[in-house]
Ligand binder design. Structure first.
Ligand SMILES: Cc1cc2nc3c(=O)[nH]c(=O)nc-3n(C[C@H](O)[C@H](O)[C@H](O)COP(=O)(O)O)c2cc1C
Length: 219
């Protein structure tokens, strides 16, 4: 089986997964990012994966803005100005860290949301479509050997920052994706047991989740 072959129902039944699914299971956010970042056709392919996201009403709410190369320090200054307007209480260390990340990360991708409140599709569904697409970006980066981390903050609500990213009216900013190549190997972090978050509905029975049963125990 190649990475492009989907698993078949028969292989699901045997508990086997596809190589692509195995690779997805090792995804983790990375912010130790160095060059290269995806560009050109590679970046377009990653965004093509993003646009595979479910999108109720085909509203296509995603708007991506790439900040690369020499544009980064200038944009990092715009981020600092937005932070100063929206979260003046932010500790200086965090402020400096934001500036460093925005000015040096190989590729910063703004996750714009072109929202249509007048549409019969609820705004939350439009936002979910952008979120689903962002997850596809993270997965596609990982499958292509890159790394990424999705960040946000109160500064993302800053109207001037939004405007500088071409977002207007009801458009919002879902944050930024820091993108590049992981600086080196890292152990894959553990994840919760999926069974803890899964319940099976049965008629007349109260639905409860293993994770909540555990956390409800005293002590
Ligand atoms: C919408 C959104 C915004 C986030 N904003 C931040 C952020 O500002 N800073 C941060 O450290 N992590 C943020 N995170 C979490 C990281 O993207 C990441 O999920 C976290 O570091 C855990 O890594 P993992 O994806 O490997 O579980 C955000 C996640 C989401 C979905």
């Amino acid at each position: 089986m190649t990475a492009s072959d989907p698993a078949t129902p028969a292989s699901h039944a045997s508990g086997k997964t596809s190589p692509a699914l195995e690779q997805l299971l090792s995804r983790a956010s990375r912010d130790d990012l160095v060059a290269p970042a995806p560009e050109g056709q590679t970046l377009e392919t990653i965004l093509a994966a993003a646009l595979r996201a479910p999108d109720h009403g085909r509203l296509r709410p995603w708007r991506y803005v790439a900040i690369t190369g020499e544009a980064r320090p200038a944009f990092a200054h715009e981020v600092l100005a937005a932070i100063d307007r929206q979260e003046p209480e932010l500790p200086e260390k965090k402020r400096e860290m934001r500036f460093a990340r925005f000015s040096t990360t190989p590729l910063v991708l703004a996750l714009g949301m072109h929202l249509q409140p007048e549409s019969p599709i609820p705004v939350w569904e439009q936002e979910m479509a952008v979120g689903a697409a962002a997850m596809n970006v993270l997965n596609a980066l990982h499958l292509a050997g890159f790394g990424g981390k999705w960040i946000s903050g109160k500064f993302c609500d800053d109207p001037k920052l939004r405007e500088s990213l071409g977002l207007k009216g009801d458009d919002r900013l879902a944050g930024f994706m820091f993108i590049g190549t992981p600086a080196g190997p890292r152990p894959v972090p553990g994840r919760p047991d999926p069974k803890a978050y899964l319940a099976f509905w049965k008629p007349g029975a109260r639905v409860s989740f293993p994770v909540d049963r555990e956390s409800a125990q005293p002590g």
